[in-house]
Write a protein that binds this ligand. Structure first.
Ligand SMILES: NC(=O)C1=CN([C@@H]2O[C@H](COP(=O)(O)OP(=O)(O)OC[C@H]3O[C@@H](n4cnc5c(N)ncnc54)[C@H](OP(=O)(O)O)[C@@H]3O)[C@@H](O)[C@H]2O)C=CC1
Ligand SMILES: Nc1nc(=O)c2c([nH]1)NC[C@@H]1CN(c3ccc(C(=O)N[C@@H](CCC(=O)O)C(=O)O)cc3)C=[N+]21
Length: 288
């Protein structure tokens, strides 16, 4: 039976540490600030934004929420970002994705000042990751790396397969595993014979967005299985909505070496790394 990698517990531990760090700052300094920009009424986005604001409250980060209507013009969002870039109280800026389709999300993400890019998605920070330089790292893959570290899972020399190649998760994930000396394969919707490829993985990271896609036939016995997927499905028996990952947990848990659950795995770690990045930017701003 696989060891459960408890992202929720680790998230609580790191958040408690961040709260202590903030409470011990010079009382003459303002607290760290995070601005979350949301456009439209996607219910999932609204739930994530609430989670982020709650985490800010717990830790002592001031949150500046901007909720704009779905039909907001590109210029208006761009101006808001400029304003937040220049706002002395703000250390981190996050634009909740996906944005409504009339908006150019790449242009907006690129407009965030790189030293306030709490999501780590600006080309400067992604370039730094690629070059192995210090910078703000994308939250979800950074959360995965923190879980591996907490459980002493050393990626050195391990075969890692990353399923998914998005800018938000898959690509930065592969680069972080590479930086940790894994031998990394990136797989996606055009990859042939995915189950055979995944069966070679010592570390498998699934970031696809297909409920329960991966079952035990895809898993090398003893492998570390990281489930990034967050899919809302209707429960067959109760009819209620529930969250499942990309991994069929019940099938995979008996043969994997270690596994992250959904919920309670990488989701809470993503929120935590966002807080971590905000505090990092704050400290840099005050040379602390
Ligand atoms: N836990 C967390 O904190 C977070 C969770 N998520 C969740 O992670 C999942 C992925 O998110 P994100 O990266 O933004 O999603 P995207 O939709 O941007 O990317 C999905 C990736 O999966 C690949 N893919 C899709 N279908 C298949 C398939 N049948 N076989 C193989 N590969 C496939 C796509 O390939 P191709 O490029 O060829 O189209 C693409 O690279 C979602 O469930 C999302 O909700 C996201 C962010 C944070
Ligand atoms: N710019 C941007 N950055 C993101 O990091 C980003 C984004 N946009 N858009 C959407 C995805 C998704 N995402 C999640 C964050 C937390 C949980 C989370 O806390 N999940 C809890 C459960 C939450 C619940 O019950 O709804 C868990 O897995 O235990 C999930 C998913 C961040 N994303």
């Amino acid at each position: 039976m696989a060891q459960r990698l408890d992202g929720k517990a680790l998230a609580q531990k790191i958040q408690a540490q961040l709260a202590t760090d903030i409470s011990q700052r010079d009382p003459n300094l303002r607290p760290p600030g995070l601005a979350v920009v949301m456009v439209g009424d996607n219910p999932a986005s609204a739930a994530y934004v609430r989670n982020k604001e709650r985490a800010c409250d717990r830790i002592g980060i001031t949150s500046f929420g901007s909720h704009l209507p779905a039909d907001t013009a590109q210029e208006t969002v761009a101006e808001l970002i400029d304003q937040l870039n220049n706002d002395e109280r703000v250390d981190g800026i996050l634009i909740q994705l996906p944005l409504p389709s009339h908006l150019d999300s790449v242009a907006l993400l690129n407009r965030i000042a790189p030293d306030k890019d709490a999501d780590g998605l600006h080309p400067e920070n992604m370039g730094r990751l690629m070059r192995g330089e210090a910078g703000l790292r994308s939250c979800t893959p950074a959360g995965v790396m923190a879980v591996l570290k907490e459980y002493n899972i050393d990626a050195t020399g391990q075969k890692a397969v990353v399923l998914g190649r998005s800018i938000l998760v898959g690509k930065p994930m592969a680069l972080m595993l590479l930086a940790a000396n894994a031998t990394v394969t990136m797989a996606h919707s055009r990859t042939e014979d995915l189950p055979a490829l995944c069966r070679q993985a010592d570390i498998l990271v699934a970031a696809v967005g297909r409920p329960n896609m991966i079952n035990s036939d895809w898993i090398k016995p003893g492998a570390t299985v990281i489930d990034v997927g967050i899919n809302r499905i209707e429960d067959e028996t109760s009819g209620k909505a529930r969250l499942v990952g990309d991994i069929d947990f019940a099938s995979v848990e008996p043969i994997a070496g270690a596994i992250t659950p959904v919920p309670g795995g990488i989701g809470p770690m993503t929120v935590t790394m966002l807080m971590h990045n905000t505090v990092l930017s704050y400290r840099k701003r005050f040379n602390g």
